[in-house]
Design a protein around this ligand. Structure first.
Ligand code: SF4
Length: 452
């Protein structure tokens, strides 16, 4: 979130990773020796440029200790608003009527940071756009693209944040978000070695420079489809890696033959999936109570029906500026700045694969095949949402800015928004595995002009 030292162009006002973290609270944890596994995203850079976007759009969750720290300071007198709100058992930083955090000042500076220093800010603010979750004997870090400096890759190489993140994780409870369900298939858990084998294969495939990124995704979708029917119980350990190698070779063979056009129903399913990815829950909606939530649910059901029908004007979506019809969205051509756009998609894919958020505990507990299929669908959703923003801006060809916005929307939701992991979404994706639907959709909504 926004820095109090904006002019120095860094989230913390330092030119290097902040070395001095607060002393560990013995009550909180005992994880000092756990390393942080950083996502390996070639060329990815980031520093906070104090745009204030995250302070305006995201809900900043607080721990009880953080609420107590805020209570110990006369914030309400200073900022003229309650510093946080409680929603059931949850607590979050309060927002102003325009959606911005009550601690954001008119120069995009964080008032807590300005008055008490960076270490006084809630962890959710300090860690963004990274996040961490516990895996077996380490903290797995993820990186988010819903920060403009992250999607534009502006700042320092993210590898330089490793020691800073390691220090920050010392404030987390030892079992923070620990889930041990990396499912290969229903009732079949992957060992840590197998997770490493799968991760290395996925990341090798998504950066295979011999193929355009579009072709890599089509091949990935076909490997996913084959895995749905594979009996993985008989293929464990290194044999799993050998199977994946064979499937990849087979999927990339003859990849220059374009898939058939997607069917009307496949496109309707994709529109609904894109709609779910664009969902966004504001603090006001969280506070609206049961009646407000029922009202929102009713609106969502109506919008979902309109997305399925695909007629007339596209319902308003959070993050999309302007309006367009479904016909206008379908008429948008892929981007011609292929290198910039491909590089962004590749960074998104590397982020998902190397932060182990494709399947299992990193993706709603979904099995390997379903998670891989969901990853390829997420790129088709990016293609559709980018077209929507392009059409709503009155243009006819995708630009980098449209794709950047769509990546931010989808990355904000995938792995984080509960609705994306619902059984209904998994069933929709399963439907799309029939008749080469995943590949056909990638072909119907290509992001770059270079598709072979
Ligand atoms: S969105 Fe990114 S660049 Fe903007 S204030 Fe937040 S962390 Fe900094």
């Amino acid at each position: 979130m926004a820095s109090s030292l904006r002019s120095r162009g860094d989230k913390w006002g330092h030119d290097c990773v902040r070395p001095n973290m607060p002393a560990q609270s013995p009550a909180m944890n005992s994880n000092t020796s756990l390393p942080v596994i950083m996502p390996q995203i070639a060329g990815q850079q980031w520093s906070c440029h104090s745009c204030g976007d995250c302070c305006r759009t995201l809900v900043g969750d607080l721990t009880n200790d953080e609420c107590a720290s805020l209570d110990a300071h006369p914030w309400e007198d200073k900022i003229g608003a309650k510093p946080y709100v409680r929603i059931g058992r949850r607590a979050a930083l309060n927002k102003r009527a325009d959606g911005s955090c009550v601690f954001l000042d008119d120069q995009n500076r964080c008032i807590i940071h300005a008055q008490l220093g960076e270490q006084a800010k809630p962890l959710a603010c300090r860690i963004f756009p990274f996040s961490v979750r516990r895996v077996e004997n380490a903290w797995q870090a993820s990186f988010r693209f819903d920060c403009p400096s992250a999607s534009a890759s502006k700042g320092k190489p993210i590898s330089q944040y490793s020691s800073w993140l390691t220090a920050l994780t010392q404030q987390l409870p030892y079992d923070y978000q620990l889930k041990k369900h990396d499912a290969l298939d229903r009732g079949l858990l992957a060992s840590q070695d197998e997770v490493a084998i799968i991760t290395s294969r996925l990341s090798r495939w998504v950066k295979e420079k011999d193929l355009p990124v579009h072709a890599r995704l089509i091949a990935l979708s076909r490997v996913a489809v084959t895995l749905y029917d594979a009996k993985l119980v008989n293929v464990r350990g290194v044999r799993l890696g050998e199977l994946l190698d064979i499937l990849w070779q087979s999927a990339t063979h003859g990849i220059d033959q374009p898939p058939a056009e997607s069917t009307t129903r496949q496109r309707a399913m994709l529109r609904q999936l894109a709609f779910v990815h664009a969902e966004f829950v504001t603090l006001d909606e969280l506070r609206a109570g049961l009646v407000g939530q029922m009202r929102k649910r009713w609106k969502q059901l109506n919008a979902a029906r309109r997305f399925f029908a695909g007629k007339s004007t596209v319902p308003t979506l959070p993050g999309i500026t302007g309006q367009a019809t479904f016909e206008e969205v379908n008429a948008i051509s892929p981007a011609s700045q292929t290198s910039d756009v491909s590089e962004l998609i590749e960074r998104y894919l590397m982020s998902r694969t190397t932060s182990r958020s494709v399947f299992g505990s990193g993706y709603y507990g979904w099995p390997l095949a379903a998670g891989m299929a969901a990853l390829t669908v997420s790129v088709s959703a990016i293609g559709w949402l980018a077209r929507l923003q392009c059409a709503a801006s009155g243009r006819s060809q995708l630009q980098l800015e449209d794709v950047t916005l769509a990546v931010a929307i989808v990355d904000r939701a995938a792995t984080r928004l509960p609705a994306v992991g619902f059984a209904a979404e998994r069933a929709r994706i399963r439907y799309l595995t029939v008749e080469d639907g995943l590949a056909r959709l990638l072909h119907s909504y290509p992001i770059c002009a270079e598709t072979t």
